[in-house]
Design a protein around this ligand. Structure first.
Ligand SMILES: Cc1cc2nc3c(=O)[nH]c(=O)nc-3n(C[C@H](O)[C@H](O)[C@H](O)COP(=O)(O)OP(=O)(O)OC[C@H]3O[C@@H](n4cnc5c(N)ncnc54)[C@H](O)[C@@H]3O)c2cc1C
Length: 330
């Protein structure tokens, strides 16, 4: 390859698109928007559906890079295996830039990959400026109050994790013809050092909000736990996930895994409806890249309106029932 972009793609269980994580596909869309040669690599065992989904994209090649231990395969995520196949591919292909979604998995394997190849990892980027060696990556700092421009000294490859929502899934381009797919299996030297347990989010109460297309989020303005049923009704009618500000989770009205923000999940759905949420910076940092933001708040000066595409200044106990009635009548 020598030059161009390599995107590391991760698989996903339920909620993924043909078994590919939504955030990874957004990262591919981001790479496509930059132009130039583009290859994808999926570490681990790939299903036929995953291979087909990746080959259908407008990319130059898809690499399915599996790994195998002498004593048998590893089902699912294995950090050592990921680092081994990715390090081999990056050294062989020598891309200018390597992008990956800033996922939970990436938080584990990306720093190890950087250390293995002696590369700088620029994490959680929201964009870039400039070209070639002069490129500067943009990162949010101080909980989104300021932006930093990060330049990596020396030649590539530059390893960059990309924040969810930086590109839109709708902008993902498909190829005119299927991209060539190559499969490889790297022999791992010993037994796995870590045996992954079942993913936590498969637990009954857990939810991965980053995969949701529509989110209805409630804040302290909802006043009591009982009133959350109102937001839940709206969410059900829209086929949306229910989320919350920290104030609501701290009260115990909704579980912590539904919290959006700097100490909760980062989300970028097509539609985010914020009900009775003031828009503190710690909340905004987790949702402001949503495609369309609708805010319902009785305070016209609430900061949430600064990021909202549509704002309804009013009492949520009047506005939300009216929305529900309209949807039920539709
Ligand atoms: C280190 C740190 C990390 C944090 N992490 C997070 C995080 O991850 N996520 C997060 O959300 N917060 C986080 N916070 C907390 C954050 O600073 C805010 O306190 C919190 O987001 C406020 O939640 P809220 O908007 O629901 O409540 P409030 O700020 O109390 O806002 C309630 C809003 O409801 C409106 N309202 C009231 N009644 C009605 C009504 N009848 N109709 C319509 N509107 C009404 C009010 O006008 C107000 O704007 C963090 C804070 C710190 C210090």
């Amino acid at each position: 390859m020598s030059g161009g972009i390599l995107v590391i793609v991760e698989g996903a269980g339920e909620g993924g698109n043909a078994g590919i994580s939504r955030a990874s596909l957004e990262t591919v869309a981001y790479a496509q928007s930059l132009g130039g040669p583009l290859k994808l690599i999926l570490p681990g065992a790939a299903s036929p559906a995953q291979a087909d989904a990746l080959a259908a994209l407008a990319v130059d090649e898809v690499l399915l890079a599996d790994f195998a231990y002498p004593a048998g395969g590893v089902a699912g995520y294995d950090g050592d295996g990921y680092v081994a196949v990715l390090a081999e591919a990056i050294q062989r292909l020598a891309p200018d830039q390597v992008f990956l979604a800033h996922s939970y998995g990436a938080r584990d394997f990306a720093p190890r990959l950087a250390a293995r190849l002696n590369l700088t990892l620029v994490s959680d980027c929201i964009g870039q400026e400039g070209q070639g060696d002069a490129v500067a990556y943009l990162r949010q700092v101080f909980l989104g109050r300021a932006q930093a421009r990060v330049k990596v000294a020396g030649a590539g490859p530059r390893l960059v994790s990309v924040q969810a929502g930086v590109a839109r899934l709708e902008d993902l381009r498909r190829g005119a013809a299927p991209a060539p797919v190559s499969r490889s299996t790297l022999a791992m030297p010993a037994a796995p050092r870590v045996v992954a347990q079942a993913p936590i989010r498969e637990g009954e109460r857990s939810v991965d909000l980053s995969q949701a297309r529509i989110i209805v989020a409630v804040g302290r303005g909802i006043k009591t736990q009982e009133n959350i049923a109102l937001a839940k009704k709206l969410a059900d009618l829209l086929g949306a996930e229910l989320a919350a500000s920290r104030a609501v989770c701290d009260e115990g009205w909704l579980p912590i895994e539904r919290q959006v923000g700097s100490s909760g999940q980062t989300v970028a759905p097509a539609l985010y409806i914020a009900i009775g949420i003031s828009g503190a910076v710690q909340h905004l940092v987790g949702m402001k890249t949503s495609e369309t933001i609708v805010a319902i708040n009785k305070d016209a000066n609430a900061p949430i309106f600064k990021v909202a595409d549509y704002g309804i200044v009013g009492d949520l106990f009047q506005v939300v029932p009216a929305l529900i009635a309209a949807l039920e009548g539709a």
